[in-house]
Design a protein around this ligand. Sequence first.
Ligand SMILES: [Mg+2]
Length: 260
Amino acid sequence: MTTLPRLVAFDLDDTLAASKSPLDSRMAALLVRLLGAVEVCVISGGQIAQFHMQLIDNLENVSDEALARLHLMPTCGTQYFRHVDGAWTQIYAEYLTDAEKTDALNAVEISARSLGYWESETWGPILEDRGSQITFSALGQAAPVAVKTVWDPTGEKKNALREAVQVLLPDLEVRSGGSTSVDITRRGIDKAYGMKKLATLIGVPLADMLFVGDRLDENGNDYPVKVLGVECVAVEGWEDTAAFLEILIPQLEAGAADAS
Ligand SMILES: [Mg+2]
């Protein structure tokens, strides 16, 4: 990128905040400052409730004008939220049909049971209907990180389950999600899909965007954005992102001052 970005997009978990945790106050302050300078997007495989808990609820002293520059894309951009007239408003949602959901729920349960991955000790529901995505979490949605880490350290179980479910659902796409989860969506839904939608929706070309994520490696859920050709910054946690923003924001602010 020869010029400064017009939009900065972020992954959520392990990029803006620790996994499933609220933003640190340092990051919250940086985001509010960033919103004063450019459009900002947050895109994640998670649902809007996770955006509220981790992100929105922790932004302090932020004006409606700044919030109007924040673009929220839960479930990889199959849903889109903007701050309109003082409230977070769903602009669109592309849900699976009831038939697709039923097929997906059945396929993943049958496959998990036959592979011996249907656990009896769980924390919250194993299957979740996220509207545009069906998610299987082997140990339940609310399982402690320490338990999740040891369930499938090599990724072998997730891959076996993913492959078995994909065979049953040729018209849908089955992907590895978090450490114990498998996600089912329409074909071609990933963060690249969301970023392309955003470019069209708000008229900012991909070439004028910058993306920050912790999983830009080839197996990571941020990798499709890199493949798309968007300029990317790889981080290993929110502290890296904060350090990067402390350098970027003054440049953006100086750029805005020059332009005015
Ligand atoms: Mg992440």
